[in-house]
Design a protein. Structure first.
Length: 169
């Protein structure tokens, strides 16, 4: 491949190629513990404090991960709209009322994740936890936080200093 063709390649492909440079054991450790690492990053652990956190932080702000997270947010709104008032036959029970009343905020967060602005790994980790936390506001009407409050927290965390490049830290 010619050098000028490489330079014109989408940036995220070069980032993913750089991630492959990490030792296999490190990548495997991050894959297996990604939920725990996400919770640590969401809690404010400095992502540069260890190789596993740094690699996971880089994965969180990768355009592919951001698109996946945005698609999941769009999907939760579509699900709540599609189910309607009929009983849902699923293992996961979404608080349909909370999702529908916060529809615009959820869709706004999804659009932001698809945007070009730099994102802080902590905000992306919070968004992923928001989508999977069974006792969180998406699934639990008695959650300590509303969907809107959770989205405000995520939005604030996304702005807390975007990740310039994990490798540069």
């Amino acid at each position: 491949m010619r050098t000028d063709a490489f330079e014109a390649a989408p940036f995220h492909r070069r980032e993913r190629a750089a991630a492959i440079d990490h030792p296999l054991i490190l990548r495997l450790r991050v894959y297996i513990t990604r939920g725990t690492l996400d919770r640590r990053i969401a809690a404010g652990s400095p992502y540069w404090s260890s190789a596993t956190l740094a690699l996971r932080a880089g994965q969180l702000v990768d355009p592919r991960t951001l698109r996946q997270t945005a698609r999941a947010l769009y999907g939760i709104v579509r699900y709540a709209e599609r189910v309607g008032s009929r009983p849902a036959l699923t293992a996961v029970v979404v608080d349909r009322r909370a999702v529908l009343s916060s529809r615009h905020a959820i869709l706004g967060l999804a659009e932001r994740l698809e945007g070009e602005a730099p994102m802080a790994p902590r905000g992306v980790a919070l968004a992923r936890i928001f989508l999977t936390d069974g006792i969180g506001p998406l699934f639990n009407a008695n959650s300590q936080q509303t969907v809107i409050e959770a989205i405000w927290s995520i939005e604030d965390a996304l702005e807390d200093g975007g990740l310039d490049r994990v490798a540069d830290e």
